[in-house]
Design a protein around this ligand. Structure first.
Ligand code: UD1
Ligand code: CA
Length: 454
């Protein structure tokens, strides 16, 4: 199996290598690798451009890299495979800019290749708009004759709707000698892999692809967006088949590795990315953003932002709240509006119902965090933790200056700045006594305007 990924990608107009541009959150190249893996090949070689950064890291040791330092065409790319790898058996060749190709299609192509005993088996497609693709030229009897690149095609040939998808199975015995005969006498001055098909003096078999979306080759950002749309729809279709309700697929964006449980409902304008897992019977959105987070069953996430958060079951969040990395919410926690939580463990049944910042804290089970509570975690040099006990009642507008603790069943009075630990079961008040100045308003305004009686 050889994946060609060294191209310049000029039409992307990008500093990033084309094959690393993500489609549905995953680099294009890795979609090709996933399809390739389904074939369980003896070896997978990826032809890469050594000047392009990041490709090795993306591959993460999954395949052997074959360098192509000059980009002289797809045929030249394949010719970089060293003698040690030039096996006589079937060789599958793919282009890494076609992320929609399914492993299943590849498997069927290889099976067909073996069954027919062809020397080359080509996956072809009929497109309403074949522009940009190599055309399949056939003789009068319909037999395969050649692949002609658009640049080199006559007007007549350009009218052909059948195209080369860039997915090939070759007999290695025929392929490797034929590669040596390649020339670059064409409009681009490149060594075309497509010419090899003609140079092989054996049987060429063509297999039409069922779903022509699969062969979309991405050369520019318009096609990238097109692939994105198709891939997203596939992901959503898979989730819906698995029992997830998606009220508006057009405004719902879910990455391929996200798992969602049965009977969860996802409302419009929701984006769920990375390695997120959502349980059953949850209601997500509208306008929820969930990244790399794990949610139990029956959670309710309103318009909110979650990143690297872990939620048990029956947790409600939002609207307008933000859970930052390291937020762990136990069973039945209620987070309301304008709360920010970071690197904190919130015990079962605790409530953080209104605007608060709970940072680097442990909140006990059943505790109530009043509106406007802030755990002041940063002294300008280092971060400190706040400990709040079970069933503690933190009064509105309490500032807890960390490191500090509030014991089990303890109270803090509204408006207190707590700088010393509060023992269990006690009340901490930190504010000056209230004074009443009687008749103050009348004196201030003078006799002319008396205070209005209600
Ligand atoms: C190619 C085919 C065309 C087919 C189309 C399908 C050739 C000559 N043409 O055209 O018939 O219809 O794909 O999408 O093969 N690459 C290298 N080294 C190079 C050049 C390219 O590794 O020197 C890699 C690219 O990274 C890319 C793939 O080969 O993944 C295809 O190259 P690209 O330039 O996109 O070919 P197309 O013009 O799309
Ligand atoms: Ca291409």
């Amino acid at each position: 199996m050889v994946v060609l990924a060294a191209g310049k990608g000029v039409r992307m107009n990008s500093r990033i290598p084309k094959v690393l541009h993500p489609v549905a959150g995953r680099p294009m190249l890795l979609w090709s690798m996933a399809a390739a893996r389904e074939l369980d090949p003896e070896r997978t070689l990826v032809v890469t451009n050594p000047a392009q950064d990041g490709v090795r890291a993306a591959l993460n040791g999954e395949a052997q890299m074959v360098p192509q330092s000059q980009q002289l065409g797809t045929g030249h790319a394949l010719a970089q495979v060293s003698a040690a790898h030039r096996m006589p058996g079937p060789v599958v060749v793919l282009y890494a800019d076609a992320p929609l190709l399914r492993g299943k299609t590849l498997k069927e192509l290889v099976a067909e290749h073996k069954k027919t005993g062809a020397d080359v088996t080509l996956l072809t497609a009929r497109l309403d708009d074949p522009r940009g693709y190599g055309r399949i030229v056939r003789g009068r009897n319909g037999a395969f004759r050649d692949i002609v690149e658009e640049k080199d095609a006559t007007t007549e040939q350009r009218a052909i709707a059948e195209v080369n998808t860039g997915v090939y199975v070759f007999s290695g015995r025929e392929l490797w000698p034929a590669l040596l005969k390649l020339e670059n006498k064409n409009r681009s001055g490149e060594y075309y892999l497509t010419d090899v098909v003609r140079l092989i003096k054996g049987k060429v078999h063509t297999v039409p692809v069922e779903d022509s979306d699969e062969i979309l080759g991405i050369n520019d950002r318009r096609q990238l967006a097109q692939a994105e749309r198709v891939m997203r729809q596939r992901i959503l279709d898979g989730l819906m088949a698995g029992g997830v309700t998606i009220t508006d697929p057009a405004t719902t964006f879910i990455d391929p590795d996200v798992q969602v449980g049965r009977d969860t409902v996802i409302h419009p304008f929701s984006v769920i990315t990375g390695e997120s897992t959502i349980g059953e019977d949850c209601v997500i959105g509208p306008f929820a953003q969930i990244r790399d987070s794990v949610l139990g069953d029956s959670c309710r996430i309103e318009r909110a932002h979650l990143e690297q958060a872990t939620l048990a079951s029956n947790v409600t969040v939002g609207p307008f709240s933000r859970l930052r990395p390291g937020s762990m919410l136990d069973e039945g926690v209620r987070v309301g509006t304008h709360a920010e939580i970071k690197n904190s463990h919130i015990g079962a049944g605790a409530a953080i119902a209104h605007f608060s910042a709970v940072l680097d804290s442990n909140v006990g089970a059943g505790a109530n965090i009043g509106a406007g509570t802030v755990t002041a975690n940063y002294d300008g040099v280092s971060k400190h933790r706040t400990e709040i006990g079970d069933r503690a009642q933190v009064g509105s507008d309490t500032i807890l200056v960390a490191p500090v603790s509030v014991g089990h069943d303890a109270y803090t009075a509204a408006g207190s700045v707590i700088t010393r630990d509060v023992p269990a079961g006690s009340l901490a008040i930190e504010r000056s006594d209230q004074k009443i100045v009687e008749g103050w308003t009348a004196r201030k305004r003078g006799r002319k305007s008396e205070v209005r009686k209600p």
